[in-house]
Design a protein around this ligand. Sequence first.
Ligand SMILES: [Zn+2]
Length: 166
Amino acid sequence: MREQQFDVPVPEQLGEGLVSIRQGSDLAIDVRLESVHEGILATAEVDATAEGECGRCLIDIALPVRVEFQELFAYHSGEAFEYEVQDDHVDLEPLIRDAAVLALPFQPVCRPDCPGLDPETGQRLADHPELVTPVENDPRWAALAGFTASEDEGADAASDADQQRD
Ligand SMILES: [Zn+2]
């Protein structure tokens, strides 16, 4: 058995979504290689940092990403095994790439309860909890000011009548 730990700079960006593992950032790889009857069993843990934008409020975020996998590299090609030992080497790169991309969140958030953006001003609500009262709008949106929402339709006077009960 052989264990190795090394850092590898990412040769090209991993992932295409809101967050990705950027080119040049480090992958911390911890791999254990075991000799087994059919070949070499590779067990790896990979730590990386995904960077991008919060899916709700669009601020820059960095998220830790950890992936683990185990794969057998066979000495001889065959239908049973997808990966092969080649020239006394195992090529972990495609495994690491696939596992890392799959581990990236589709809807990354800066925090689980991120309130997102104010629909009128576009400001980040987490920074402006007081945004209940409207602030001055961007003048470029002034033309839309005439399009007010129709009368409140959520008023449910009926439920008030039911509240007086013992
Ligand atoms: Zn956010």
